[in-house]
Design a protein around this ligand. Structure first.
Ligand code: ADE
Ligand code: ZN
Length: 337
């Protein structure tokens, strides 16, 4: 009989909510700053880590955008992505759907293709070398005008073979989903899948907006949906996947104590949840740290953890055959084989 920690360690799983720029560890940030001659307002790796104390989403985003200024060359995006994949290979991760924020790079004069080529080359190497399948999701920054998102979508149109979907991230409050109706409609018409951050800090109406105005396939976070009973019933009825990120919620003060995390309530209400890291380098843990944190705080059984792992594949953008094969791996693992 495995301990629950060992059970989580090798449980086959997918990660569906990971901002690749949020996997930039302080050591790599420091090294890339030197490699590229970029100055940072820190004189050591320890000073960078010490700065990671946040009261809300915006506090974090300010450091997140500052940190990614060290990413300039294709090789930087490759190194970042390849390091993330090596790290999660040790966590039993078999499939990843990775967010990237092209507008945060093109605004600094880094070409869209430089970003995409570097990330994609690492994903291809990761698949060959580590057996981790991967898909890429382009996120629009919601604090920027919708016209900028349309320009970014145009840039993505030539790369539909390498980008599976579009998402919506950055500062939530004050930037409702409805602002992005046009760009999401165009993206969906072009064959992109759609996801959006909603209900991380924003109200339940933003979750409803993501469902109705943006027609998303998944909701990223979704915590505040719990404030609206009718919305919860609809999410449960539709089995709409939520990509929940417990350590992120704790670090951004959406929850004050992991014992109060809404995951248990979400499960009890029949919601379709997955567990993810969001920005692992900034929030103190990768995907297995998130599984362990909620298991310890909420006392989840192996059966529930396995169900969440199955959900992670079922909610992915893999085809049905690949989903079934990965879910069978979870079943075999649970049954001791
Ligand atoms: N960009 C990176 N991480 C994010 C988060 N947790 N919420 C919104 N935008 C983000
Ligand atoms: Zn996120």
């Amino acid at each position: 009989m495995l301990s629950v920690t060992d059970f989580i360690a090798s449980l086959p799983k997918a990660e569906l909510h990971i901002h690749i720029e949020g996997s930039l560890e302080p050591e790599m940030m420091f090294a890339l700053a030197q490699r590229n001659g970029v100055s940072l307002p820190y004189d050591s790796v320890e000073a960078i880590r010490a700065a990671y104390s946040f009261s809300n989403l915006q506090d974090f985003l300010d450091l997140y955008y500052q940190g990614m200024s060290v990413l300039r060359e294709e090789q930087d995006f490759y190194d970042l992505t390849r390091a993330y994949l090596s790290r999660v290979a040790a966590d039993g991760v078999k499939h990843v759907e990775v967010f990237f924020d092209p507008q945060a790079h093109t605004a600094r004069g880094v070409a869209f293709e430089t970003v995409l080529d570097g990330i994609h080359r690492a994903l291809a190497d990761g698949e060959r070398q580590l057996g981790i399948t991967a898909k890429l999701i382009l996120c629009f920054l919601r604090h920027l005008p919708a016209e900028d998102a349309l320009v970014t979508l145009e840039q993505a149109m030539d790369h539909r073979d390498r980008i599976v979907g579009v998402g919506l991230d950055s500062s939530e409050n004050g930037y409702p989903p409805e602002l992005f109706v046009e760009v999401f409609a165009k993206a969906r018409a072009a064959g992109f899948r759609a996801v959006a951050h909603a209900g991380e800090e924003g109200p339940p109406a933003y979750v409803r907006g993501a469902l109705e105005a943006l027609q998303v396939d998944r909701i990223d976070h979704g915590n505040r949906a719990l404030e609206d009973e009718a919305l919860v019933a609809e999410l449960a009825e539709r089995q709409m996947p939520l990509t929940v990120c417990p350590l992120s919620n704790l670090r951004l003060c959406g929850v004050t104590d992991m014992k109060k995390h809404p995951l248990k309530t979400m499960l009890d209400k029949g919601l379709f949840v997955t567990l993810n890291s969001d920005d692992p380098s900034y929030f103190g843990g990768y995907v297995n740290d998130n599984y362990r944190a909620v298991q310890q705080a909420l006392g989840l059984s192996d059966a529930v953890l396995a169900e969440i792992a199955r959900n992670s594949f079922a909610a992915s953008f893999l085809d049905d055959e690949a989903k079934a094969a990965r879910i069978a791996e979870v079943d075999a693992y649970v049954n001791g084989g």
